[in-house]
Ligand binder design. Structure first.
Ligand SMILES: Nc1nc2c(ncn2[C@@H]2O[C@H](COP(=O)(O)OP(=O)(O)OP(=O)(O)O)[C@@H](O)[C@H]2O)c(=O)[nH]1
Length: 315
């Protein structure tokens, strides 16, 4: 998943990607990969002068504290692309329906090179969920081997599901359980409490609220999280983020300015997303720039510009 910065802190590894149905190669021509790199450079400069995207809602701080307590109980961590100690882990890239085979191969190859187990899943339709359940049980099997060796009875394996807000953690739990046990909705911050649920007699799952690091120095990554609706709207300036999205779309090898021109019938300059938003505001929203910015972000999140990765893995 959607999913989904700074190498080492995992911020660049979010895999947030939408689909480009036309491409089916991972590496692509050299020129194309240069374009992705140039885009990262542009993004760095565009975001430098903006009001920083900043967050840390109280419920995340509380959840992080509680999650650390619950770690003691976990055998396995089902990680929606985040951090976490030395537990056995399975990395889930959810919202796989929003990436192409090319994007998928790129991220799969990238993680395979690092020896990280990855499951691509779809929290809405359940694809990948069986594999996830099976892997979690497999990974934790030696918990019970060790218990048996100590003369203890086997017990259910405990797996914590952790990741950024709105990436589909609760949807995956519900899919695994084939029941709606955990609240899920298309906005960040829906899950507020940590919650253990039984999955058969062998597995216990912990659904947790989306977690974001306390501070983020990489504003390019923060803006991408905002674009993908993984942080609350109060943490960023919607006009700024929409303007950057416009600039990104014009430069993305998989989209380009024509897509925007066609959809809104407005000319676009790759260096001036703000002007574009203003024109859209005049055209559709009586000059209300905020509404225009929301429209652009909403259209992107619905895949109205076609599908495209916001980033590719580092080479
Ligand atoms: N397209 C698509 N949407 C998904 C998928 N999985 C979940 N969603 C949608 O993404 C939105 C967020 O899903 P949740 O399960 O609430 O996400 P969460 O990670 O638990 O969110 P928080 O409570 O903020 O931590 C919902 O609208 C889901 O229907 C998927 O694989 N593909």
């Amino acid at each position: 998943m959607q999913i989904v910065g700074v190498k080492g802190s995992n911020w660049s590894e979010n895999g947030y990607a939408n689909v480009n149905h036309n491409s089916n190669m991972f590496d692509g021509p050299q020129g194309e990969s240069d374009n992705w790199t140039d885009l990262e450079t542009d993004l760095y400069y565009w975001t430098k002068t903006l009001r920083p995207v900043q967050w840390f809602p109280g419920h995340i701080a509380k959840a992080e504290r509680e999650l650390k307590e619950q770690f003691k109980l976990m055998d396995v961590v089902i990680e929606m692309d985040l951090w976490l100690g030395n537990r056995k882990r399975i990395l889930v890239l959810n919202k796989e329906d929003m990436i192409t085979t090319a994007d998928r191969n790129a991220w799969a190859t990238y993680y395979a090179r690092q020896g990280t187990k990855v499951v691509f899943s779809n929290g809405q339709h359940g694809m990948g969920v069986m594999k996830l359940g099976r892997l979690a049980k497999e990974l934790a099997a030696d918990v019970n081997v060790k218990r048996r060796a100590k003369g203890l009875l086997p017990r259910a394996v405990r797996a914590g599901i952790v990741g950024y807000p709105n990436v589909g953690k609760s949807s995956l739990v519900n899919r695994l359980l084939k029941r709606r046990m955990c609240p899920s909705a298309p906005r960040p911050g829906v899950t507020r409490e940590l919650r253990w649920v039984h999955f058969g007699k062998d597995l216990e799952l912990l659904d947790s609220p989306g977690i974001l690091p306390m501070r983020i120095n990489d504003q390019s990554a923060a803006v991408k999280l905002a674009i993908c609706d993984d942080i609350g709207e109060r943490s960023y300036d919607v006009d700024d983020v929409a303007a950057i999205l416009v600039q990104m779309l014009t430069k993305l090898p998989t989209v380009g300015g024509d897509v925007l021109r066609k959809r809104y019938k407005i000319d676009v300059d790759s260096q001036c997303g703000k002007m574009f938003t203003k024109k859209l505001a005049l055209q559709l929203f009586n000059g209300d720039v905020n509404q225009a910015a929301f429209r652009i972000l909403a259209d992107f999140r619905k895949g109205k510009f076609g599908w495209t990765s916001l980033e590719r893995p580092p080479r």
